[in-house]
Write a protein that binds this ligand. Sequence first.
Ligand SMILES: *Cc1c(COP(=O)(O)O)cnc(C)c1O
Length: 457
Amino acid sequence: MEFRTIIEPFRIHSVAPIAMTTQSQREKLIADAGYNLFSLHSDDVLIDLLTDSGTGAMSRNQWAAIQHGDESYAGSPSWLIFKEAVQNLFPFKHIIPTHQGRAAEKILFTAIGGQGKVIPNNTHFDTTRANIEYSKAEAVDLVIAEGKDPASKHPFKGNMDIGALENFIKVNGVENIPIVMMTITNNSSGGQPVSLENLRAVSAICKKYGIPFFLDAARFAENAWFIREREVGQGNREVADIVREIAQLADGMTISAKKDPFGNIGGWLAMNDDGLAMQARNLLILTEGFPTYGGLAGRDLEALAVGLTEAVSHDYLKYRIQSTAYLGNALAMMGIPVVQPIGGHAVYIDAKALLPQIPSLHYPGQALAIELYTVGGIRGCEIGSVMFGRKPDGSEVASAMELVRLAIPRRTYTQSHIDYVIEVCAEVVKLAPTLTGYTIVKEPPALRHFTAEFAPL
Ligand SMILES: *Cc1c(COP(=O)(O)O)cnc(C)c1O
């Protein structure tokens, strides 16, 4: 018997309080924050869906592993435990621990980027793109057309356009393409998965042309679960086995361990190439630390080793993917336009469709995110013209999409928290026709969404 209610496959072991606030208190708090949700104190947020990065709850086994951490500078047993856990899923020859995903990216692109180089990906995550561009190389997105259409129900919207990749290699020349990357799941296009078939095809093209293939694998377990659920012939496989096959298709990886591996901090860089590994370790020593701890404490390495085993648990992944879909489907059912199919780690509301009366450069996503906060204390994240509208030449161009992302921290909120979010959204939908836009009154020269100040129009 399959029951309808998705129970959390864990009991609560330690709790953190949520401070209740009223709507009139929140109206003042958000005004004091310059109408920027990043400027709120998190204590003033009821349900924090700003990001799923580093915000997950650790298990009692992870907390126990923290106590087991050994802080020896070189050759700590915690390092060996971590390395073994990583190589069990990702059997690369060299594992290089870093404090976050972007530190791994910075080291990798310092070694292989530079003027004249071009690096394709399905869709580059923003820190990946920024690190490539900082090295003066160019970052190019080659996701399939369905991946850019919020309404398309393609089961693997994160896939790379294989024809476009091969053409890209011919046009740019093998010597200018140091690696091909694939982001699993494709964060920037809505947490959409990549199929095993597509990963195999990209790997085959890379082998044919002799170009190394790297994964950006922050949500590898969610991606492997989608493969198991959606791809023909994969339904009986262990997720860990699918992950190992994906790793064996590649020559290396970067990862933020703040996502699927249940870290509050962490990441790593891995590869099979000895020369590249030596270069990367030399750079690691400059900015992160000695190669057996990288940017992490021994206790963090141990927590990640345990987190990796929990990340591929079928009971957990089934709950994870179903509970994200539970929120997305409930919003869709009440007529709220959401990116389809529902991704692994977040629900994306199409604010442009919900608030057609607000022009893009009056920031419908920001208006919606502010309303979710004032009505219900929910903190989401605008992904639209506030985030992407200001161009390096100073002009302002509306983003293609105006989204509000509700990212779900791992193992952190219960179904009643999510039922509350659904109720708040229903109330905000009623108010939608009356909502008006915002203007920016103060902004920094770059990455303005973090610190800009707004005023209601
Ligand atoms: C979060 C993330 C990164 C960056 O990792 P940090 O740990 O935040 O530095 C890179 N790529 C993807 C796909 C991510 O989701």
